[in-house]
Design a protein around this ligand. Sequence first.
Ligand SMILES: Nc1ncnc2c1ncn2[C@@H]1O[C@H](COP(=O)(O)OP(=O)(O)OP(=O)(O)O)[C@@H](O)[C@H]1O
Ligand SMILES: [Mg+2]
Length: 613
Amino acid sequence: MNAQTPNIGDSQPAKRPQIKQLDDVAVNRIAAGEVVERPASAVKELIENALDAGATRIELCVKDGGKTLIRVTDDGHGIPAQDLPLALSRHATSKIDGSDLLNIHTFGFRGEALPSMAAVGRMTITSRVAGEDAAQIVVDGGAMGAVTPAALSKGTVVELRNLFYATPARLKFLRTDRAEMGAISDVVKKLAMAEPYVGFTIRDLSRDDTGRVTFRADAQTGDMFDALSGRLRAILGAEFADNALPIDAEREGITLTGYAALPTYSRGNSISQYLFVNGRPVRDKLLVGALRGAYSDFLSRDRHPVVALFLELEPTKVDVNVHPAKAEVRFRDPGLARGLIVSALKHALADAGHRASTTVANATLGAFQPERTDRPVYQMDRPSLGAMRASYQAQAPGFAETQAVYSRVDVVEPVAAEPVDQQLGAARGQVHENYIIAQTKDGMVIVDQHAAHERLVYEKLKKQMAENGVAAQALLIPEIVEMSDADAATLLTHADALSKLGLTLEPFGAGAIAVRETPAILGEVNAEAMVRDILDELDDLGDTQLVADKIEAVLSRVACHGSIRSGRWMRADEMNALLREMEATPHSGQCNHGRPTYVELKLADIERLFGRK
Ligand SMILES: Nc1ncnc2c1ncn2[C@@H]1O[C@H](COP(=O)(O)OP(=O)(O)OP(=O)(O)O)[C@@H](O)[C@H]1O
Ligand SMILES: [Mg+2]
């Protein structure tokens, strides 16, 4: 215990604390603690105010990661001179009248952002309403000055200097300028996605007063879908736009629009999940969970889909007054919102079944690209037909055997009916005992046979599951798997669900279970490895997931165990059969973990690689 702390044994009697009304400055500072956590939260509040004022162009100037200066300039409707002091008082807002907190159509409504920020920095507001003169007010550490005349042609400029200088404790927790700047641009990007018709610019003034434009998104035009897709292309990049599926769905008065990326275009974290409810960017567990559910078939748990999705519903059906920074919302009918997201995305992904992401092909091309040199490239003349034939002969198997062979290529004799017209083409060979090379009408396909087979098994398992449960095959001798009592108990509580998946487990004394049946489709499997894998999966999923999601996740694990491992040599007819089966199976463009099962190189791309085009 600290020496200054009064002890019971102290001679002075303990003083009873008095209840006092806090003054405005203290109240605002306390509120600022919730609303303005870091420069990025101030930026969010200021830009939201500009948007609520109907701005069409917003410029943000920042210095030192927002620590010394944040300035937002807009061309919105402005604040009348006589209202400036009111705008800076607590609980003063023009956006609601207080009678209906459930019917909110603006970003702001609490009437506390400006006074909170003004309590923890030095704020200057300059504003002009059409037909009136411009005016200015300065608040320094909570002390408000008088309204003075100013010069401004239109709209409002809010400047916040030396944020948190009045609250050094908070200042200490700020991160590097770079990190704060990153958080700021993230906030701006989100709001820019929500408002594609508004132009946004960020200018960094850290080095000089002209500054450097670090972000720019011009106002979009056209219908909502075009405007949004143009904006997303500007913010998330062309690659996202090329790999995204448009989403447009409606259920019982809720609409879901936006774009969701193909599973092969995913990320290692969930930062690139942009979710909006009635135009407001939110971070919502329910929505993130719904996304996970929608992609559970296609992505492993450590991969996250990239999406920009907008839920619109009657404002009375969602409570936005949950969190001071309004980052969370509460749905009146959470199941409905979740269901809509899951079904709309699953549908879109199913329709996109065979499309693997273009990034995959581009990455492949990138990898193939010869190293760039500054030396001139000498190109051979196009060889004569005779020379080409001779060269092909030299590469034929018989010939190759007499040469030094570094890696094995299994060449397939052409079969009578050539399936080159099929989507995945005719198998031409297998390399490194895992990759099937197939020729298509206008290019070639490389298939990862292990990933592809895993996907096919999974789809079959799902189909069996949906029909009447996965067919099981009894083991001649039950396999006994030893494990902790807790693990055994976990498995046994799921025994019923697992038996529908073709896996029959029974208790086997303390610290063990007996595996009696395994899914027939998998053939001979290592039951112990499979059971341990399922345990891991159940552990990771915890109790949070819906039973249906759990079963799918477990099914996907089970599928891994029956797949052709890489390293298995395949005959030509087997390879072709695999290709045909892939074509006939939904979602076969990616494996259960979101990796692609094949990549396609168009002849034109191949020619580009060789500098022929
Ligand atoms: N850029 C702006 N242009 C026009 N009016 C503004 C601007 N910024 C603020 N105002 C006016 O000042 C008022 C107070 O702003 P403040 O951000 O404190 O509260 P709010 O936006 O109403 O609610 P919240 O605290 O939820 O943001 C607003 O209601 C609005 O009338
Ligand atoms: Mg506001």
